[in-house]
Write a protein that binds this ligand. Structure first.
Ligand code: ATP
Length: 351
């Protein structure tokens, strides 16, 4: 059952529409992520869900109750929503335990102590209650900010770039930990991030926004493998678009040869299309007759990401284990590992 439901909402400032016709829903207990380039409206959307911004059109329901519409705005403190922001915002003059219990001050002191100890254990910081925020590392402070937001057991937790001030390694491990914690606490959460690795580590559902619009709301797998828009394909993962023409038997003639997949495209014969080719769709196989030249390479730890050029000059990306090294200019064979075709109308990517 959906806990959060947005139906065709617009949010704006003055006469400028910042969030444009956005609809999606999040099931109870699920973790959602909003992805998209800087300025696309992610924070504004989160603030509208929290009740800090009114909607100009459409509606927001929380637990089947209307909380925002042009005629109604339930105030933030009446929504049962918890929030965690990028800058932690712990109270510096309060101890860790006092910070965590801030939102449950109305409970008895023994209830507060019990909840604080439970949360400290959940975030792996048992015994840190008497410390002050400045005695903690950035990652520890962010765990305490999370514990503080979780203490009143909010119906929905909103997280706005909560890990962005931490280094990349810590960010990834914290994202996995936070997912486990939210699942343990059975909290529904919506996270804003720039970082797709973080979104993939956390999310049951994720959406890509662009210029205020939600281009696709789907599972992370769906966003990567079935992008509904070329901008989603561009934003999520690596890949190139290869121009092709649809044949009478619904295959696609491209510079890589005749491509077909398990999903039959519904295009007319001769139609020009752009085919999404991901690095994992291509395998370097020297026995293959499909030849290409290495024109660039980037070290990715376990793999190299190679850019290869086909005879007609089209370029593709492919990955190979880093213990097999190919030099620039080297000719390789390419084998295809495309099990479904993702097609977009030709020319979208030229604009
Ligand atoms: P980032 O990833 O950089 O944080 P974002 O996707 O969260 O970006 P928003 O912060 O929602 O984007 O901002 C979207 C647009 O709305 C921006 O152009 C911003 O300048 C504008 N905006 C945000 N808040 C206000 C405001 N209070 N008044 C006027 N314009 C605003």
């Amino acid at each position: 059952m959906s806990l959060l439901k947005l139906d065709q909402i617009d949010v704006g400032f003055g006469n400028q529409v910042i969030v444009d016709d956005v609809s999606f829903s999040l099931d109870a207990g699920d973790i959602g992520c909003l992805l998209g380039p800087s300025g696309c409206g992610k924070t504004t959307l989160l603030r509208a869900i929290a009740g800090f911004e009114p909607v100009l059109r459409g509606s927001i329901e929380l637990g089947q109750r209307l909380v925002s519409s042009p005629a109604q705005l339930v105030p933030p403190e009446k929504r049962g929503i918890g929030m965690v922001f990028q800058d932690f915002a712990l109270f510096p003059h309060l101890t860790v335990a006092e910070n965590i219990s801030f939102g449950i001050r109305q409970q008895t002191s023994s209830e507060q102590r019990k909840r604080v100890n439970q949360l400290l254990e959940h975030v792996g910081l048992e015994g840190y209650g008497p410390r002050y925020p400045h005695q903690l590392s950035g990652g520890q402070q962010q765990r305490i900010a999370l514990a503080r937001a979780l203490a009143p057991r909010p119906r929905l937790l909103l997280l706005d770039e909560p890990f962005s001030s931490l280094d990349a390694e810590l960010r990834e491990s914290l994202a996995t930990e936070v997912r486990a914690l939210l699942k343990k606490e059975e909290i529904t959460a919506l996270l804003v991030t720039h970082d797709q690795q973080e979104a993939f580590a956390m999310a049951d559902k994720a959406g890509v926004m662009y210029h205020g619009r939600m281009l696709q709301w789907d599972t992370p797998y769906g966003l990567y493998h079935r992008p509904a828009h070329h901008l989603v394909a561009d934003f999520i993962g690596h890949g190139v678009l290869l121009r092709g023409a649809v044949t009478h038997d619904q295959r696609v003639q491209t510079p890589l040869g005749l491509l077909h997949g398990d999903h039959v495209p519904n295009n007319s014969e001769g139609e020009a299309v752009d085919v999404l080719v991901r690095p994992d769709d291509i395998v370097i196989d020297d026995d293959s007759e499909r030849r290409a030249k290495i024109v660039a390479k980037g070290f990715r730890g376990a793999h190299y990401l190679y850019t290869v050029a086909l005879e007609d000059g089209s370029q593709l990306l492919c990955m190979a284990p880093s213990h097999h090294q190919y030099e620039l200019g080297h000719e390789v064979g390419l084998k295809l590992n495309l099990d479904h075709l993702v097609l977009f109308p030709a020319g979208y990517c030229d604009t």
